[in-house]
Design a protein around this ligand. Structure first.
Ligand SMILES: [Zn+2]
Length: 249
């Protein structure tokens, strides 16, 4: 019924009790597993082998840009060549923690977008405190579909994102009491351009905020959207799944 378009269930924290995480996923119809290293990726492949609800995303995270050498890019390319990657990501720019290697981040971002173009896979975007640079690069280079993961910008920024061939993915923060732009963006985002996600194990939605996040909690993100958009939950779930699957046609 629910779609989790961005979760890290093969990271050490969630994978340490993966059986329980999977048992809790009965109400999930589609799920994109985000992998930020080789180990997480190989774990995700094992899960996908046994369960067709899973798709796999792999890409080098902007915050790791200093550690990404030619060899690591070749590893990513070999997976793409072998059609083992459904989505390239999360990739992008993050100027929040450290601005000392912005150029390196940009370089890595462009290289990975070009790989996505070459192998015709969608990209999942992590964009934090870097909206202008990120949108400039996407406008210039991106040729495949774009997912703006955990969108937290203003409605103006969202409109710029929507000008690209993109989907806007909403996560737990739209349920928070202090949510700033999230609810307005949900209201203004066309239904056929939105996705839901958890970004688990982070950003747990209300009423479980503060606890470990899991894909099952995407229910609360989806319910919040149905409330804000005044649309029946079932209709919303169907539309979101359609949006998600459209990435892979
Ligand atoms: Zn993530």
């Amino acid at each position: 019924m629910y779609t989790d378009s961005h979760c890290h269930i093969t990271c050490d924290q969630l994978y340490s009790h993966i059986d329980e995480v999977l048992e809790n996923m009965d109400a999930i119809s589609s799920c994109l597993i985000m992998c930020t290293n080789e180990e997480e990726f190989l774990r995700a492949e094992k899960l996908k082998e046994k369960d067709s609800r899973f798709k796999i995303a792999f890409g080098w995270f902007p915050g790791d840009a200093k550690e990404i050498d030619e060899k690591k890019l070749m590893l990513l390319e070999s997976y793409l060549q072998q059609q083992r990657v459904d989505v390239l990501g999360e990739i992008g720019l993050d100027y929040y923690w450290d601005t000392s290697f912005n150029d390196l981040q940009k370089e890595l971002f462009v290289k990975q977008i070009e790989l996505a173009n070459q192998y015709n896979v969608p990209i999942s975007i992590h964009m934090r405190e870097a909206t202008k640079d990120c949108l400039d690069i996407l406008t210039k280079y991106a040729k495949t579909k774009i997912i703006f993961h955990c969108f937290s910008g203003s409605t103006e920024t969202m409109k710029e994102c929507l000008r690209l061939d993109s989907l806007i993915s909403f996560a737990g923060p739209i349920t928070f009491k202090n949510a700033k732009h999230g609810p307005d963006c949900v209201k203004e985002c066309p239904l056929e351009r939105m996705l839901t996600e958890t970004d688990s194990p982070y950003l747990t939605p209300v009423p479980y905020r503060g606890k470990e996040n899991q894909p099952k909690y995407v229910e609360f993100v989806t319910k919040k959207i149905s409330e804000l958009k005044e649309i029946e939950l079932e209709t919303l779930c169907e539309q979101i799944e359609t949006n998600f699957l459209s990435l892979f046609n």
